[in-house]
Design a protein around this ligand. Structure first.
Ligand code: SAH
Ligand code: SF4
Length: 362
């Protein structure tokens, strides 16, 4: 079986040509999938039934993920869905909306690229599940279409996609890049490449590979520590010298793509949020032209707590004084467990499913 959402427009044309369908049928299918949000082959009534039958026989399929649970934050700006993919795997996808003056809201979908994650970051609910499987490109695209279908009736649409849900996108490299191409193809979902950000725990060789793809997607590197000893405590799979290697890879990415790289730094109380660490980070990043996103920890796994507001402000002030741009990423939807991996951990625990870690703050 091949999902229609997996095929590039050129591949779709080829597949339909081999079924002797006229050329314009590919455009009809693309319109149905990406403009009209049609989510099953049966619902593609603009195609003759007999063509749909031949497509089915040729193994072409279209199946939407089933919604296991969907929760919205009190202000309605964050919606989190737990989706069962056609293979049965469950993943989380989040929609975050930000009002903008004079036009519709910015609507960012946060997609998952793996069920679980092998990287084992000690503060991350997904990391504590361990690795389950890679998500194929079509199911990454389907996560975006899920929310597009929710927005369309309101006259709104998905404006940005961030690869910051469950899993490490660059450890599922080929499917991640295929999904990016599909989401940005003018004949498919037609999002601007600049509206996409890939967040990575940092695999230098994969960052170089991504830089060579000639895409204009943004890159976020999850650093979390100014030195290797601390980084390896938080990201057990980090290599010695990973801090230097990652910043070098970030600089190469910027040179190759012209896109500025941002640094993600999850602030954990008493672990990596001290003034000395802020100064060390400032020194490390001075002049690097990288923007820092400070994310106050959303406590999930392990004995870690969120930093105080004052601590966060102070950390940011030290960075700014060192000439490094930093913003505090406001955690949207904390009350609906919007940190990656949390909702699924909650549902798994409630249903006694899987070996997921305790959702409690430990
Ligand atoms: N694997 C990729 C992308 C998914 S995680 C990565 O690590 O970058 C997306 C971001 O959420 C990362 O910066 C990650 O460090 C952060 N994150 C994970 N768990 C968190 C938590 N409990 N609180 C705050 N940020 C968290
Ligand atoms: Fe994986 Fe990212 Fe979580 Fe680390 S923070 S375990 S890389 S999903």
């Amino acid at each position: 079986m091949t999902s229609l959402l997996r095929l590039s427009p050129a591949e779709l044309e080829e597949a339909l040509a081999s079924l002797n369908a006229p050329r314009y049928r590919a455009d009809q299918v693309l319109q149905a999938l990406y403009r009209r949000g049609i989510d099953s082959l049966d619902a593609m009534t603009q195609l003759p039934g007999e063509l749909r039958e031949r497509m089915r026989e040729a193994g072409l399929a279209l199946e939407a993920p089933a919604v296991i649970r969907e929760v919205a934050s009190d202000d309605g700006e964050t919606t989190k869905a737990l989706l069962a993919l056609p293979g049965g795997t469950t993943v989380e996808t989040v929609l975050m909306q930000y009002p903008r003056s004079g036009r519709g809201p910015r609507s960012t979908v946060c997609v998952s690229t793996q069920a679980g994650c092998a990287m084992g970051c000690v503060f991350c609910a997904t990391g504590q599940m361990g690795f389950e499987r890679n998500i194929p490109a079509e199911d990454i695209v389907a996560q975006v279409l899920h929310f597009q279908r929710l927005l369309a009736p309101r006259g709104e649409h998905v404006t940005n996609v961030v690869f910051m849900g469950m899993g490490e996108p660059l450890a599922n490299y080929a499917e991640t890049v295929r999904a990016v191409r599909q989401l940005t193809d003018p004949r498919a979902f037609d999002l601007a490449q600049r509206a996409i950000t890939v967040s990575t725990v940092g695999i230098p060789r994969a960052i170089d590979r991504l830089a060579a793809e000639k895409l204009q997607v943004g890159l976020a590197i999850s650093l979390h520590a100014p030195d290797d000893a601390l980084r390896r405590r938080l990201v057990p799979t980090a290599r010695p010298n990973s801090v230097r290697e990652l910043l070098d890879a970030g600089r190469r990415y910027f040179r190759a793509t012209g896109r500025r790289v941002s640094i993600e730094y999850a602030l954990i109380d008493g672990v990596n949020d001290g003034p000395g660490q802020a100064r060390a980070l400032g020194k490390l990043l001075r002049g690097a032209g990288m923007h820092v996103n400070l994310i106050p920890l959303n406590p999930t796994a392990g004995p870690f707590a969120a930093p105080s507001r004052r601590g966060v402000r102070e950390f940011r002030r030290i960075l700014t004084e060192a000439g490094v741009n930093a913003t505090v990423r406001i955690e949207k939807g904390a009350e609906i467990a919007a940190a990656c991996g949390q909702l699924r951990t909650d549902v798994d625990a409630a249903s006694g499913r899987g070996s997921a870690a305790s959702p409690g703050p430990g």
